[in-house]
Design a protein around this ligand. Sequence first.
Ligand code: NDP
Ligand code: 2IT
Length: 444
Amino acid sequence: MNVNEVLADLNRRFPNEPEYLQAVSEVLKSIEDVYNQFPEFERYNLVERLCIPDRIFTFRVTWTDDSGKIRTNMAYRVQHNNAIGPYKGGIRFHASVNLSILKFLAFEQTFKNSLTTLAMGGAKGGSDFSPRGKSDMEVMRFCQAYIQELWRHIGPETDVPAGDIGVGGREVGYMFGMYKKMAREHSGTFTGKGLEFGGSLVRPEATGYGNVYFLLNMLATRGIDIKGKRVAISGSGNVATYTADKLISLGAKVISMSDSDGSIYVPEGLTREQMDFIFELKQIYRGRIREFAEKYGCEYVEGGRPWSFPCDIAMPSATQNEIDGDDARALLANGCIAVSEGANMPSTPEAIEEFIKAKILYAPGKAANAGGVSVSGLEMAQNSQKLSWTAKEVDDYLHRIMNDIHSQCVKYGSEGDGYVNYVKGANIAGFMKVARAMMSQGIL
Ligand code: NDP
Ligand code: 2IT
């Protein structure tokens, strides 16, 4: 394959999908050499079959708001690839959702899921419905309407959705309820379910904890201790909160968190009590991070991201393209030694280039945030067994998976001078497994 030709062709066919093209470009550039060592890949046109999703469902969702007004949203499910297992990936509810974003997420998910060592293909779904400011009943009616359309395309061995931005335990519960009713089955069709009806212990914590386990592996390659390190985290949702929780228990200083309105700066590091406040504020009351600054009198930067605050480690955990070239240069100028991505594709290509040029520890989301979908895979395993494992069993398994992903990155990403290019490592390791599975299964 000639990457430039493939990208030009995809650009021509999908000109209005910048996030999708960005994600594809990153992966293809890092696998090009390996791909070209296997002429049979080219003969089987693996590259197009890997880049273009198997199928996409697009539909209108109609629901009624609390004032009785009838409202519509666009909704989707992108089933990208099921070579190594059933389609698997989260659902995002956010005003910005469009096909480009969901196609990039489903593409990334395919390689991430391959890295987890578990049997899961890649998918993503969602809607431009924004849960912000909606009542519980509005969210429930929306979730039910979304699943009334989607239920016939998903199932425990077909496609297993979960959470993502704007979709947590509440939304998964409502969607699972409607799925169960429509499909007349109580199965593991969703992950991230409540513990009472098939959810796994440690699933809420898994992405954040997993990212910290990955970070510890990276730091260990340079003999660096996490204790006392200043960590800037963006976001204050599921991933950000449990990242902070684990870091604080390990003695690191969480100096910043944020939401889509602004960032807080706490140079001495959040205390456990302050962390609990943020958890309640964001997860239970669905408030704004500004309210933390008002209560504790700390610095608050309206509209700002946390990358200009001095830190040793950055863990972007909000959304795509939230660290641009300037942010990356600001982080490096302030002495940042590691970036471990909780979010999917939070760094722009320019930012990634800066990190790799500076040879800092840099883990792309598909490796560092794979803990969430990994425990989703463990939830599927428990549902199949009709058993629940203990928190320790799940956490130990998560640890093993994150260590294993780190080893795969080192194996495929080590360069001549000993620098580990985790982008290359994760992309090649993830790709090779999907490629071998596709080759074995014939032309589909
Ligand atoms: P949540 O909805 O729980 O939290 C998202 C957080 O990011 C909120 O603080 C939100 O702010 C902020 N945010 C969202 N969109 C934007 C935006 N456009 N600009 C600035 N801030 C924004 O989502 P998650 O924590 O689940 O997801 C965060 C990231 O992690 C996403 O990239 C997701 O794809 C990724 N991820 C999630 C996994 C999971 O298991 N949940 C697994 C792997 C990756 P506000 O409160 O203002 O909306
Ligand atoms: O991006 C992700 O890996 C997720 N949102 C979690 C997907 C899942 O199926 O648990």
